[in-house]
Design a protein around this ligand. Structure first.
Ligand code: F55
Length: 829
C-alpha cells in the first residue's frame, strides 16, 4: 500500500510549487540555487557547463510535476499503455526542447541575461546523447515527442549505453572513431531509480525432466533504471523514457560462487557489467556477436519484467495483461521480448502454452525498417542454446505450433514450410528473428507505402499469403517541435505570423494555409530571408570549425545521413566531378555557384563507406584549392554528424539529396525534415520520396532515376555497369579520373575498386538522369520567384509528414489506445 502525506498530495494536485509559470526572476533564483546547493559551485567560479547543469536542474523541476501527475492520471483511469521497445533512442539535446515545450524559453533567456550570460551559448554546452545510429533511433525519439504531445499513455524502453555512437574525427581525409563521453559532465536530465531493478539471467542449463522445464542460469546481472522525462509540447503531460544500466549488485556467477570461487565470480560479473557499455555502430548490417545478443536480451528481460510489475500494481490478475498493455517492437532488435514474456507466463505464472501464446499475439506488434538481407537479424542456434536455452526451447515450441496448427492444415508443401520456418536449416542452423516477429505479432507495418508494398510482395510474401490482414503501412513522420521550433526559430516566427499563431505546431496540416500565399512576392522574400539567415549561420560554423569560406548566396546542396553504398553518396560525388569538368571546359558560361555539403558516419568495419568519406574529402581538398573554379563549386564534409548538427544544417539547405537506389531506402526521414524547412528535394522514387512527390506535386520536386521495376529488370538481366560507362563519354571520364587518381595523386589507385566494382546499387545506370535533374535544379534556382514559390509549396504540403499523424495511425490501427482526455486532465488551480 502506498501512502501519500497530505502536504505532498496537495503539491501534486494544486500545482502550488510553480503556479502558473515562473517568471524570469524565479527562474534566475532557481538556477543560482541549483548551482550552489545541488552542484556545490560558487557562482563566481561557475563555468558555462556548470551554468547549463544548474539550468537543466531548474528546468527539470518544472516538468517533474507534469511527469508525476501524468503517472497519477494513468493509474487513476487505468489507461491502456503502449510500451515502445527500441535498442536505440536518438533523443538529441534535451534542454532547449524542454524550454520550448513548456513555453519557458523567454523566461530562461531573460534569467541568463540578468546573470550576464547568453542562453544560446549555454545551451551549446549540452552533450548530444547519441544512443542510436540513424533514422531508426531518431524515429523513436520523434515518436516519443508525439506520444507525449498527443497525451498517449506510453513508456519508451531502451539501454543507457555508457558510450553512444562514436565521435567522428576526420584526419587526413579519413574517418577516425573516438569514444563519445556523453555522461562525463553529468546527466542532470535523468532520474536514477536505484530501487527499480530486475535480475537478468544468462547461460546455464535447462532441466526438461519437469514441466514447465527449469532453467538454471549460470549468471545473473541487475538491470537498473534511469528515467528521462519526455515533456509534451504545451506542458501538462510528460512520459518516461526508461533506460537500463547493468549493475553487479549482490548477484553472483552462481556456479563459481557455489564452489567458493569468489574471485572468478566477481570477474564474471565485471564482464557482464559491460553489457550496457557501448552501442553497436552498424546501421544496415546485423552483427552476430554474443555481446549484442546479450544486450538485446538485457533490454527486453528488464522491460518485460517491469511491464508485468506495473500491470500487477493495477490489476490482481495476469490474465488482463492484453487489455492493459501493448508492446511495440522497433525492428527485430527487441524480438526476444516474445519468448521472454512466454517464459514468464508459462514458468512463473503456470499458464498453458496456448493461453500464453494467445496473449502474446494480442500484445505484440512489430515495425520492419529494411528489406535488405544483410540487415536481417539471424542468431545461430548454437549461440542461443548457450546463452538462452529456455528461450530457444520456447522458440522451437512456437515454431512447431505454427507449422503444425497454422501452416500444415492449409495444405502447404514442404518447400513452403522450409521457407516460413523460424529455424533456417543449413550448415549452421539459425533463428530468423523477423519470422518470429511476424508470427507473434497481430500487426506488422512498413514505414512508407512503397516499402510496405514491397514488404508484402517480397520479404514477407509467404506470410502475407497466410495472414494478409496482419500487414499494414504507417508512413513515418517527424516532429515539428524539434525540426522547426527548436532547429529553426526564425521559420517558426514566420509561420506564427502567416498562420495566425502557433497552432501549426500541434496541427501541422495548418501549413496548407500557406498554399494561398505562395505567389505573394513579399512572403517569398520574407521566406528567402529566413533561409539566408540559416545559411549565414551554417557558413559561420563552417568557417569557425573547418576554416573553409563558403558563400551564403550560393545554392546549398546537402546530403547528410549514414554513409552507405545504397544511399549512393558516391553518385553525388560523380555529379560533383562532372560539374567540375564542365566548368573547366567552359569557364565563361554563366554557372550557378553551389556549395556541396555532406556529412555522415560510416560503420567502423564498413570499408567501402570509409573509402567514400575519404573520396569526398580528397575531392573537397582538390576542388576547393583549384583557383580555376573560383567559388563556383565548394565541397564541405562536416565531421561528426549528429542530431544537433542536423538542427544546424537542415534549415540552411536549398536542395535535399535523397538519391538512394529505388527499393532500398525503406522511408527516409531527413527528406521530410528538409522539405518542412523549405528545401527542394532531388530524389529517386524510393521510400517516402514517393509520397512527398504526391503531396507537393511534380513541378515542385526533382525526381529522377529508374523505378523499382526498372531496377529489378536490370538486376534480372545481369546488370553490367559498363553498359552505361561505355555509352556515356562524360561518365567514363569522371569514373576514369577518380579511378586513376586525379584526386589522389599520392596514391593513384586509391579509388580504383570503389569505381570499378559490381555497382550493386546502379549508380552508373542512374547517372545521366541524375545529371539532367541537377541541370533543372540550376535552372529553377536562377528564377528566385519560382524557386521560393516551390519551397513554400513544399512546406505548405508537409502536414501529413508530422510524427503526430504517424502516432495517430499507430494508436488507431495497431495499438488500439486512447489518449488522456480533456476530462481526465487535472484542472489547473
Ligand atoms: C540499426 C541497427 C541494426 Cl542491427 C540495423 C539497422 C539499424 C538502423 O539504424 N536502421 C535504420 O536506421 N533504418 C532506417 O529507419 C528509418 C526509420 O524507419 C527509415 O526511414 C530508413 O529508411 C531506414 O534505413
Amino acid at each position: 500500500a502506498k501512502t501519500t502525506p497530505t502536504a505532498a498530495k496537495n503539491l501534486l494536485t494544486t500545482y502550488d510549487y510553480i503556479n502558473p509559470k515562473p517568471d524570469a526572476e524565479l527562474v534566475r533564483k532557481s538556477i543560482v540555487y541549483k548551482l550552489i546547493f545541488i552542484l556545490g559551485i560558487d557562482p563566481k567560479d561557475a563555468t558555462p557547463a556548470d551554468w547549463l547543469n544548474a539550468a537543466m536542474f531548474a528546468a527539470r523541476d518544472l516538468s517533474t510535476e507534469n511527469f508525476l501527475s501524468t503517472r497519477q492520471i494513468h493509474e487513476k483511469f487505468k489507461k491502456r499503455t503502449v510500451y515502445y521497445l527500441s535498442m536505440e533512442f536518438l533523443m538529441g539535446r534535451a534542454f532547449t526542447n524542454s524550454l520550448i515545450n513548456q513555453d519557458l524559453y523567454g523566461a530562461f533567456e531573460q534569467a541568463f541575461k540578468e546573470l550576464g550570460l547568453n542562453l544560446a551559448d549555454i545551451s551549446e554546452q549540452e552533450a548530444d546523447p547519441a544512443l542510436g545510429n540513424g533514422g531508426l533511433g531518431r524515429l523513436a525519439a520523434c515518436f516519443l515527442d508525439s506520444l507525449a504531445t498527443l497525451r498517449v499513455p506510453a513508456v519508451g524502453y531502451g539501454i543507457r549505453y555508457q558510450y553512444g555512437m562514436f565521435k567522428q574525427e576526420i584526419v587526413d581525409g579519413k574517418q577516425i572513431e573516438k569514444p563519445d563521453l556523453w555522461l562525463d559532465n553529468g546527466m542532470a536530465w535523468q532520474f536514477a531509480r536505484p530501487a527499480k531493478r530486475f535480475p537478468v539471467s544468462f547461460g546455464g542449463t535447462l532441466d526438461t525432466s519437469h514441466y514447465p522445464p527449469r532453467w538454471k542460469p549460470a549468471e545473473q546481472i541487475n538491470a537498473v533504471a534511469y528515467d528521462e522525462i519526455v515533456p509534451a509540447f504545451g506542458g501538462q503531460i510528460a512520459n518516461p523514457l526508461r533506460l537500463w544500466t547493468a549493475h553487479t549488485g549482490d548477484l553472483f556467477n552462481l556456479a563459481s560462487f557455489n564452489e567458493g570461487d569468489y574471485f572468478s565470480s566477481m570477474e564474471a560479473q565485471m564482464k557482464n557489467e559491460t553489457i550496457a557499455n557501448v552501442l553497436y555502430p552498424n546501421d544496415a548490417t546485423a552483427v552476430g556477436r554474443e555481446l549484442r545478443l546479450k544486450q538485446e536480451y538485457f533490454l527486453v528481460s528488464a522491460s518485460v519484467q517491469d511491464i508485468i510489475a506495473r500491470h500487477l500494481c493495477r490489476y490482481d490478475s495476469i490474465h488482463t495483461l492484453p487489455e492493459d498493455v501493448a508492446i511495440h517492437l522497433n525492428d527485430t532488435h527487441p524480438v526476444l521480448a516474445i519468448p521472454e514474456l512466454m517464459r514468464i507466463l508459462i514458468d512463473d505464472y503456470y499458464l498453458p502454452f496456448d493461453q500464453a501464446w494467445a496473449m502474446c499475439q494480442k500484445i505484440f506488434s512489430y515495425t520492419n525498417h529494411t528489406l535488405m538481407s544483410e540487415a536481417l537479424e539471424k542468431w545461430s542456434v548454437d549461440m542461443m542454446a548457450q546463452l538462452l536455452p529456455r528461450h530457444l526451447d520456447i522458440i522451437y515450441k512456437i515454431n512447431h505450433h505454427f507449422i503444425e496448427n497454422v501452416v500444415r492444415p492449409q495444405g502447404y508443401d514442404d518447400d513452403f514450410i522450409r521457407r516460413v520456418s523460424i529455424i533456417e536449416e543449413g550448415e549452421q542452423r539459425q533463428v530468423r528473428m523477423a519470422w518470429l516477429a511476424v508470427i507473434a505479432s497481430h500487426k506488422v507495418n512498413g514505414v512508407a507505402k512503397i516499402h510496405s508494398d514491397l514488404m508484402v510482395s517480397s520479404l514477407f510474401a509467404d506470410f502475407a499469403a497466410l495472414f494478409p490482414e496482419r500487414f499494414t503501412n504507417v508512413t513515418n513522420g517527424v516532429t515539428p517541435r524539434r525540426w522547426i521550433a527548436v532547429a529553426n526559430p526564425k521559420l517558426a516566427r514566420f509561420l506564427d505570423k502567416h498562420l495566425g499563431g502557433s497552432g501549426w505546431l500541434t496541427d501541422l496540416n495548418q501549413l496548407n494555409q500557406l498554399n494561398k500565399l505562395v505567389d505573394n512576392k513579399d512572403i517569398q522574400n520574407e521566406f528567402a530571408n529566413v533561409k539566408h539567415a540559416a545559411k549565414v549561420r551554417l557558413a559561420e560554423y563552417i568557417q569557425r570549425e573547418m576554416n573553409i569560406t563558403i558563400n551564403p548566396n550560393a545554392l546549398f546542396d546537402v546530403q547528410i545521413k549514414r554513409i552507405h553504398a545504397y544511399k549512393r553518396q558516391s553518385m553525388n560525388v560523380l555529379h560533383i566531378v562532372h560539374r567540375y569538368n564542365q566548368i573547366l571546359n567552359n569557364p565563361n558560361a554563366d554557372w550557378q555557384p553551389r556549395v556541396f555539403i555532406l556529412a555522415g558516419k560510416a560503420a567502423s568495419s564498413y570499408n567501402e563507406a570509409k573509402q567514400t568519406i575519404r573520396l569526398i574529402n580528397d575531392i573537397a581538398y582538390f576542388i576547393n584549392h583549384d583557383e580555376r573554379v573560383r567559388d563556383l563549386i565548394k565541397v564541405v564534409f562536416i565531421p561528426n554528424y549528429s542530431v544537433s548538427l542536423a538542427e544546424l544544417i537542415i534549415p540552411a539547405a536549398d536542395l535535399s539529396e535523397q538519391i538512394s537506389l529505388a527499393g532500398k531506402e525503406a522511408s527516409g526521414t531527413s527528406n521530410m525534415k528538409f522539405a518542412l524547412n523549405g528545401a527542394l528535394t532531388i530524389g529517386t522514387l524510393d521510400g517516402a520520396n514517393v509520397e512527398i512527390l504526391q503531396h507537393v506535386g511534380a513541378e515542385n520536386i526533382f525526381i529522377f532515376g529508374n523505378t523499382v521495376e526498372q531496377v529489378q529488370t536490370l538486376y534480372r538481366n545481369g546488370y553490367n555497369p559498363y553498359d552505361f560507362i561505355d555509352n556515356d563519354p562524360e561518365l567514363a571520364q569522371v569514373v576514369n579520373q577518380i579511378a586513376q587518381g586525379a584526386f589522389s595523386p599520392d596514391e593513384p589507385h586509391r579509388y580504383h575498386k570503389l569505381m570499378h566494382n559490381r555497382d550493386e546499387f546502379q549508380r552508373y545506370a542512374d547517372f545521366r538522369s541524375y545529371v539532367n535533374a541537377q541541370a533543372q535544379v540550376d535552372k529553377l534556382y536562377r528564377q528566385p520567384e519560382k524557386w521560393y514559390r516551390a519551397a513554400l509549396v513544399n512546406m505548405a504540403n508537409m502536414g501529413y509528414f508530422s510524427s503526430d499523424r504517424s502516432i495517430e495511425d499507430y494508436c488507431r490501427e495497431i495499438w488500439r489506445i486512447e489518449p488522456v482526455s480533456e476530462q481526465e486532465l487535472p484542472r489547473l488551480a
